[in-house]
Write a protein that binds this ligand. Sequence first.
Ligand SMILES: Nc1ncnc2c1ncn2[C@@H]1O[C@@H]2COP(=O)(O)O[C@H]2[C@H]1O
Length: 445
Amino acid sequence: MSSGDHQAVLDELHQALLKVQPKDLYQFCAYFFQEKLAQQRAQLLGLAHDHPHFRDIPLLPAPENATVPVITQNLQHSHVATHPTLTTATLGEGPFPETTPPTWQQAEPLVVTGAAVTTSPTHDAARRASSEFNEDDLMQDEPHPPEVDPMIAYNRGRRSSVSAESMAPTTDEEFVKIVIPKSDDQRARIRTSIANNFLFRNLDDEQYRDVVDAMAEKSMAQGEEIIRQGDIGDYFYVVEKGSFEVFVAKDQAAPTKVYEYGPGGSFGELALMYNSPRAATVRATSDALVWALDRVTFRRILMERTSRKRRLYEEFLEEVPLLVSLEPYERHKIADALDTVVFQDNEVVIRQGDVGDNFYIIESGEATVTKEENGITRTYPSLKKGDYFGELALLNDKPRQATIRAKGRLKCATLGKKAFVRLLGPVVDIIKRNTVNYKLMNYIE
Ligand SMILES: Nc1ncnc2c1ncn2[C@@H]1O[C@@H]2COP(=O)(O)O[C@H]2[C@H]1O
């Protein structure tokens, strides 16, 4: 870049500052340069577009169309922070005034807060179990992005690792809250949409309010694409109504359908978490309504816990025989829903005859299985790491068929019933087939 180029950029910034007169000078400058970066990346992506892989992936919208009208609120004092390319910000408008999505890319760091994985209140032995989260396991590993086609790794060369940025701390002062005004009805609809979404669990009141404040409503027509593979990530989406299909194009092959979402589902987190291009194309299969959460709010409030849990369970889930047939992304979604529970020697995890709410996979340790019939207690082979239990009551809506106890210290990953049904759908046939083993052992009729 020549010194003339430098001057042109500074002049442009100067003009924008004079026009907007922002109260938060540094935040404004940060947005300004992040958008410049996004434009540059979009151009690089444009170069890559000549590659056969890219022929069907249109480029991002022209930068001059990229407007981000948001009402923002600094933690200390409320004000309207206007994006430099938007000098006519409309209060109350969401981020989708036109058909073009905003393209600027925030590369802001992330607050690292304490992890919170709690024991589910419906847990079979909630009072006796203690929830455990292995911070140490995680802190040693850097987060790593999902595999991305190198041709679309458009920011390659700019940094060798995304993880340093992903985990860099930020301060509350740097975070400018986005507040998009909403009716009570809209707030209630958001609450319903995120009620069963695991990514929104364990938010404190302020985080919850910030997320709801920042969400923008967006309606989609059947067949419309909300995310296109290869694009820069701007928003994370939660489905209120309707359904979506996810397609991944690899190499020169035709895109294949890999996932689908219905009400309560969420997508678009990967590009925001890893600063990578969109890993898949997501298309509405019916008229739909979604809530969009901007990249900054997602990264600040939801990203850390999401990446932490995925990393925590990634290796373990890969080794669980029941789950080997799943796609990595399906295992990520299971990780989002898992909690870890720990039992001490001889503690009862499941008691025969109880109502069952949870499914368990053993992370470490051993569990004994006993069953009482006509006053006789039978003992069955113990369960070990990677084995699962608790599925029968969830599959058949029957009382627990046996008692499971910790033999020594036992650590399990557990899923609630809804998550079991939703996320283990692809392996439910295997689970059912495996119940034959119980029959062979005369464990069940
Ligand atoms: N198999 C998959 N591979 C990649 N992304 C997927 C897959 N299934 C669902 N998705 C979602 O599709 C989204 C596309 O945008 P992102 O890459 O930001 O985040 C992605 C995920 O949320």
